[in-house]
Design a protein around this ligand. Structure first.
Ligand code: G6P
Length: 609
């Protein structure tokens, strides 16, 4: 989704802005632009398409400005064109970049039109630039003009602004979209995501809702919603270059799939002692909240939602605590009925997904027992706004299709399940057994990664298909859903997941040679039922590929391919089973030649509704 970078320094900032935009590419976007303040005025360059196109356009421009703002745009209002790309300007004096959506932009636009402003773009963002200018005409004070302008905006925004009459000053503010300030030595930076700035600083300040910041190279002044000057904590993060680099891998997604054994190790580090999970990982007030928990409500989007669905099976079976899971975009607008003593959990890689964040805010008003976020980005909105936070420690995830974050979420969710289940009578023996399983996961995942070549050759079979059906039963159903999501996200093949028992209620009508079936088969109580489901498919000419626990007996035949994926503690099998599905999708997408790390129309961090 849209990305913002800004800088004010004593050195030229053109290259810093461009590098920042490159680091934000992973979020998904369709045009890019930047503006610097030069001696001659504001110099703006924009391009439809990739940052590479912007870089090419910049090659013939001499940028000497020591302050500037830049943007990657993911089109919402108006097509992805050079004209609609940010920065937007009001005349030659105000330049602005905006993330978010302004709900009342039409109304504001009408007011500005009557004042004589003319609009060049179809965007909602351009109105903010003119609105700031109209307030500036009254006060000649940029900070005041920005504050007054946003007071009449409804919707979500993170904006960064500069004015030709105020060299050396950047003003930024946020509501409902993230903004981080990078603190350097005699220089300051702005970004929608700290990853954009790790080449220039490791010190960050996360702006709170409605904060407004004035930045010069030397100074940073932050005002809160009441316009009172406030201090916000500077946090240091050492994200190594390596963590956000592809290394020798062709795609981030591949790198992230292969990182998973290390991710699991990191996620468990310091959280297990003598075979048991440590409550302390959830934060200082966790004991009270977990002791009181009698029900769990999980809310999430996309891949994170699938992790929540897996956790439902675990929590209800191991702790006997009722657990509900819902997609955030539904939950936030529904009249919900929280059960007494319910722990409200958000799952989010980014911690900024607009629907999940809105669901958290709604839940806080509805009086849940407490809120916990399982998240991968320290300092993100969800981490800051939840009572408890458990970090996934997966390291930056760049590929739009989530892989390592899913696995880290599952590890965190199993640790949470054990912490809850221990309180409702789970035996120490079972807990130790599952913990041992968690500790053996890195090795088990590595063994599946070693099947890489076999899965690659299997993928040839799918590249010419237009559809695929994924089947699973029980806890493997959400894994089948995740497999289908991966395939459709990056290879653009239509894929659906069904609980295998539902086949006969509809999807069986679709089964023929052109509709491959991919099933995940653990060695559990439901395996015989799954086998009968598969026979029904075979009898109708369907071609099946099964990723199976090595103890599942299935005879390969012309229309049945079986790929054994090793063994692990039975509760942890979903974590293992998702790996071959990630690899399969990846290789199908490689063969199809799609843009794997930035699939068309998708964004990594969905910060608008
Ligand atoms: C987008 C991403 C998905 C992700 C989902 C939820 O759709 O493309 O990969 O699963 O958002 O994101 P979150 O950061 O909240 O986990």
């Amino acid at each position: 989704m849209c990305g913002i970078v800004g800088a004010v320094a004593h050195r030229k900032v053109g290259k810093i802005l461009l590098e920042g935009l490159k680091r934000l590419e992973y979020r998904g976007y369709d045009s890019a632009g930047l503006a610097t303040l030069e001696i001659t005025g504001i110099q703006r360059i924009r391009q439809a398409g990739k940052v590479d196109a912007l870089e090419t356009a910049l090659a013939s421009v001499d940028l000497n400005g020591t302050q500037g703002i830049a943007h990657t745009r993911w089109a919402t209002h108006g097509e992805a064109s050079e004209t609609n790309a940010h920065p937007h300007m009001s005349g030659h004096s105000v330049a602005l970049v905006h993330n978010g959506i302004i709900d009342n932009y039409q109304e504001v636009k009408e007011g500005l039109t009557t004042k004589g402003y003319r609009f060049e773009t179809q965007t909602d963002s351009e109105v903010i630039a003119h609105l700031i200018d109209s307030h500036y005409q009254e006060s000649r004070n940029l900070t005041k003009a920005v504050r007054s302008a946003v007071e009449s905006l409804a919707g979500a925004y993170a904006i960064a602004v500069m004015h030709v009459e105020h060299p050396g000053l950047l003003v930024c503010t946020r509501q409902g979209a993230p903004l981080v300030i990078g603190v350097g030595i005699d220089e300051h930076f702005i970004a929608s995501d700290q990853l954009a700035l790790t080449q220039v600083t490791n010190r960050f300040i996360y702006l709170e809702e409605h904060d407004l910041a004035e930045l010069t190279a030397e100074t940073l002044t932050i005002f809160d919603e009441q316009n009172v000057q406030v201090e916000r904590t500077v946090q240091s993060f050492n994200i190594t270059q390596d963590a956000a680099d592809k290394g020798s891998f062709k795609h981030y997604m591949m790198k992230e799939i292969f990182e998973q054994p290390a991710v699991v190790k990191r996620c468990l580090e310091g959280r297990i002692n003598q075979g048991r999970v440590l409550d302390v990982m959830f934060g200082s007030s966790s004991k009270e909240i977990l002791d009181q928990t009698k029900a769990v409500q999980i809310v999430a989007c996309g891949t994170s939602y699938h992790a929540g669905l897996v956790a439902k099976y675990w929590i209800e079976e191991l702790s006997r605590i009722p657990c509900q899971v819902e997609v955030a975009s539904e939950y936030r607008y529904r009249k919900t009925v929280p059960l007494p003593n319910t722990l409200f959990i958000t799952l989010s890689q980014s911690g900024e997904t607009a629907d999940t964040l809105a669901a958290l805010r709604k839940a806080k008003k509805e009086g849940y027992e407490g809120s916990l976020t399982i998240c991968n980005v320290p300092g993100s909105s969800m981490v800051r706004e939840s009572d408890l936070a458990l970090m996934m420690n997966a390291g930056p995830e760049i590929g739009v299709a989530s892989t390592k974050a899913f696995v880290a979420q599952l590890v965190c969710l199993m640790m949470l399940t054990l912490a809850l289940a221990r309180r409702t009578g789970l035996s120490e023996e079972i807990e130790r057994n599952i913990v041992l399983g968690l500790q053996s996961l890195p090795h088990a995942i590595q063994q599946i990664l070693d099947l890489d070549k076999r899965i690659r050759s299997l993928s040839k079979h799918y590249m010419k298909k237009n559809h695929a059906l994924f089947l699973g039963r029980g806890v493997m159903y959400p894994i089948a859903m995740e497999g289908a999501l991966k395939l459709k996200e990056i290879s653009y093949i239509h894929a659906e997941a069904y609980p295998a028992g539902e086949l006969k209620h509809g999807p069986l009508a679709l089964v023929d040679k052109e509709m491959p079936i991919i099933a995940v088969a653990p060695n559990d109580d439901l395996i015989d039922k799954l086998k009968s489901n598969l026979e029904v498919v075979s009898a109708r000419g369907g071609e099946i590929c099964v990723f199976a626990d090595q103890h599942v007996e299935l005879k390969e035949g012309p229309s049945l391919t079986v790929l054994p994926v090793g063994r692990i503690q039975p509760f942890l099998e979903p974590i293992l089973m998702v790996i071959p599905l990630q690899l399969l999708s990846y290789y199908v997408a490689v063969l199809k030649g799609t843009d794997i790390d930035q699939p068309r129309n998708l964004a990594k961090s969905v910060t608008v509704e």
